[in-house]
Design a protein around this ligand. Structure first.
Ligand SMILES: [Zn+2]
Length: 284
């Protein structure tokens, strides 16, 4: 049963959800569900560092839903809740250490590792557009189910957080999960929302970004075809495109990223056990 919130003010922070739409896993790249006092329902701002975070009722208890960056240091952290009368209160929580696997790839020709000046210029042109899409923050919460839907069934081929090295040079860690599937397999929206950006990028290929509200954004990459356009409302599990290998991809697969409050986090935390089973992942 979802909760009706009396004030517009609260609707900016609180999302109605009787069951958790994400699991608690307080590690770098994970999500912390931080219990708040009941009076925090009257909060006007909830911050983790300088990032606003959303709050939701889970089984009747109010919790801040904190996306933890991959580069966060383990140890004690806090969210700061500012009330409508100006008082602020800190709620402390522990970030636990997590070691992500590393992948070292040796390529015979260094030129395939280093980008040409032209490609680098293109990457720098595209990057602000991608970052802006992740930074989207709108006030309508579109997630009505206790989990996100799996965008495509297939073989789980690369985990979130993988630390990659090409010829010894570090690349940014893997910001999502890869699911290998045949080219042309339909890809569906993980939840209802609005398409905030559609592009064809050097690394990510044909890509769709969907805003689900309150800083929850999902990204779908390397698509063969895109069936939606910017500004379009999509329903949960509506087909948004098909699996492909556009951009830098060695074979057809979907790269799927989940961003919470502009922080890229582990997508598996948002899936139910049935969907995890569909990609051969046992319940974490
Ligand atoms: Zn990927």
């Amino acid at each position: 049963m979802s909760r009706i919130l009396p004030l517009l003010l609260l609707a900016l922070l609180l999302v109605g959800s009787a069951q958790a739409f994400v699991r608690h896993d307080p590690v770098p790249g994970g999500v912390a569900l931080v219990p708040l006092s009941a009076e925090s329902e009257r909060a006007v701002q909830i911050l983790f560092g300088d990032r606003p975070v959303l709050a939701s009722f889970f089984d009747g208890e109010l919790r801040a839903v904190v996306g933890i960056p991959l580069d966060a240091n383990p140890g004690e952290h806090r969210v700061v809740v500012t009330m409508d009368d100006g008082r602020a209160r800190s709620y402390f929580f522990e970030i636990l250490p997590k070691e992500y696997p590393a992948q070292r790839i040796t390529l015979p020709d260094d030129r395939t590792v280093r980008l040409s000046e032209e490609d680098l210029a293109r990457f720098h042109r595209e990057r602000p557009q991608i970052l802006a899409a992740f930074a989207t923050r709108t006030d309508t919460w579109h997630v009505s189910e206790p989990s996100l839907s799996l965008p495509v069934a297939g073989r789980f081929s690369s985990p979130f957080g993988l630390r990659r090295y090409f010829n010894g040079e570090p690349r940014s860690p893997h910001s999502g999960i890869d699911i290998a599937a045949a080219q042309g397999t339909p890809v569906v929206a993980a939840a209802a929302g609005m398409v905030v950006e559609v592009g064809d990028y050097f690394f990510n290929g044909k890509t769709v970004f969907i805003d689900h509200g309150h800083g929850l954004v999902t990204m779908y990459c390397h698509l063969h075809e895109i069936h939606v356009s910017t500004g379009q409302q999509v329903a949960r599990e509506e087909v948004i495109g098909t699996v492909g290998r556009t951009g830098r991809a060695t074979g057809p697969h979907l790269h799927w990223t989940v961003s919470l409050g502009d922080v890229r986090v582990e997508p598996l935390l948002f899936l139910n056990s049935r969907d995890l089973g569909r990609i051969g992942v046992s319940d974490p």
